[in-house]
Design a protein around this ligand. Structure first.
Ligand code: ADP
Ligand code: GLC
Length: 492
């Protein structure tokens, strides 16, 4: 449903390394996909710029090119285009970009990622002016670049250093959007001359004698934002700042913290074509069928009385799988069934493979349809992260009637108010981040409620399912942040 804009129409250029459904590693792809659509529905003109990691059937070659001098060479990029759901998607093509992987292979990141993402950033700044039918107003007075994570961190820098002086973008603004402070784009100082920036801007990129692209983006952006209010506070502290908390504090008391929404049209248990049965908050019979089907699919006893615990995510230190592992034997002893789907660190993959067995099923890989079947089948859904900027899987879980058991950090803290048995409020159960003991206690409370207070458990599930997780409210907050950026003088 189209939402009326509360602000004058803006021109929004969203720049990210991944965007679903064309490329996806994690939640950044979901956000880069859905936020632009939500903004377009509110009447804004939106351009989503991402790398052309592979040939995409629905994106046509515009024949348009641009040339940039980077790392001592002239590089020509080519622009591909698709218009989907009211958003112009531009895919930047270059031999260094078109590799299949988004960031690298199982062996590690691509050695030339800095070149790849510098090309993306430069291309994003010229894309709006090049694209036919997407003509900019004369001075970019309504134009905001949303630069997602370090991969787009050079957008604010190049905008301030170069393009601000071009008529077309002289009044444009940039917002650096932090989805994950753990990844900063750190390089040896020797790469600096390759970026083709004057001395002043080189020093903006410097951090402790290294090039730090995220730091440069934060320092040069007109505004800084992140993906939940709690994480916005956390990253200004040494504990969660990954060394960037001083510069974040310098940029203002705290960045804008706008919690992510969910694409509730795609993530709708009533219509999801990947589920063996559909269901809704009003009729949960299909959910029971989804549980039975998953138990059968994975060779677990088909037992409606066994609480099924789901877990889906990247296998990365951030996600706290090592916190969950010691709790698994206890969960098994309690009669729970546990299903984990993930891919990532070979070490964590091996550790998980070792616990695959009695009542625990581990699937290694990235499998969208299976992730939906697990989420729909689960009674409880665990997200044990050590830190979590926002997190989408717990939101997907609540939408699909799985009650979340989460570490109380970042967006998990914001989206999962804890169960309050006195007032019958809350959405789930919370543990201390990083503590297996606390996670076991949270599961203890959850299983006790499931077994002995089925009406209370049903209430928890119902509140989660009926909550408005759509992009409507977050998109309105983004609109305000972008308008504030345009109303303020340029930062750098
Ligand atoms: P992050 O961005 O840190 O990975 P999020 O919770 O924000 O965490 O987003 C993860 C997204 O990727 C969700 O849409 C989730 O469903 C999806 N996802 C993660 N791991 C897998 C997997 N192994 N298979 C399918 N989907 C996955
Ligand atoms: C990051 C974060 C995750 C967030 C996602 C989308 O990858 O790890 O918490 O939900 O970006 O903003």
């Amino acid at each position: 449903m189209s939402q009326p804009p509360t602000a004058a129409p803006l021109t929004v250029v969203s720049v990210s390394a991944e965007v679903a459904p064309w490329s996806k590693v994690g939640g950044l792809a979901d956000v880069a996909s859905a936020l632009p659509v939500a903004l377009a529905e509110r009447g804004h003109r939106v351009l989503g710029v991402a790398p052309r990691h592979a040939a995409y059937d629905d994106a046509w070659d515009t024949g348009l090119t641009a040339r940039f001098g980077l790392f001592g060479q002239r590089h020509e990029v080519r622009f591909f285009h698709a218009r989907v759901d009211g958003v112009d998607r531009v895919f930047v093509d270059h031999p260094a970009i078109r590799r299949g992987g988004v960031y690298g292979t199982d062996q590690g990141g691509y050695a030339d990622n800095l070149l790849r993402f510098a090309l993306l950033s430069r291309a994003a700044l010229v894309a709006p002016a090049l694209l036919p039918g997407f003509s900019l107003p004369t001075d970019g007075a309504d134009t905001v670049f949303l630069a997602h994570d370090w991969h787009a961190g050079l957008v604010p820098l190049y905008l301030a250093a170069r393009y601000r002086h071009h008529g077309l973008l002289s009044r444009a603004r940039s917002i650096l959007v932090v989805h994950n402070l753990a990844h900063q784009g750190r390089y040896a100082p020797g790469v600096l001359p390759g970026l083709d920036l004057e001395a002043r801007w080189r020093s903006v990129l410097d951090m402790d004698g290294h090039v730090n692209v995220l730091k440069g983006g934060i320092a040069a952006a007109d505004r800084v934002a992140t993906v939940s209010p709690r994480y916005a506070h956390e990253i200004t502290t040494p504990e969660h700042g990954f060394g960037l908390d001083p510069i974040l504090r310098m940029r203002g008391p705290v960045p804008d913290g706008i919690r992510n929404g969910l694409d509730t049209r795609s993530w709708d248990p009533a219509t999801d074509p990947h589920l063996p049965a559909n269901f809704s908050a009003d009729d949960l019979s299909g959910k029971a069928a989804c549980k039975a089907a998953l138990q059968q699919e994975l060779g677990l006893p088909v037992d409606p009385t066994a609480p099924l615990v789901g877990c889906v995510g990247r296998l990365d230190a951030q996600k706290g799988i090592d916190v969950l592992l010691p709790v698994l034997p206890w969960l098994r002893d309690q009669g729970a069934q546990v299903v984990v789907l993930g891919s990532g660190s070979p070490l964590l993959q091996d550790a998980l493979r070792r616990v695959n067995g009695d009542r625990v099923r581990v699937r290694i890989g990235f499998d969208g349809p299976l992730s939906r079947r697990i989420t729909a089948a689960s009674d409880l859904f665990v997200v044990p992260s050590r830190f979590e900027p926002c997190g989408l899987t717990q939101i997907q879980a609540m939408r699909y009637g799985a009650v979340p058991v989460v570490a109380g950090t970042g967006g998990l803290f914001d989206t999962v108010p804890p169960y309050d048995p006195v007032h019958q409020q809350g959405h789930g159960f919370r543990a201390w981040p990083g503590s297996a003991e606390s996670l076991r206690h949270a599961f203890g409370d959850a299983l006790y409620t499931w077994r002995h207070w089925p009406d209370s458990f049903a209430g928890l599930r119902d509140r989660g399912m009926r909550h408005d997780w759509s992009w409507n409210l977050p998109a309105a907050a983004w609109e305000q942040a972008m308008t504030a950026a345009l109303d303020a003088p340029a930062w750098a």
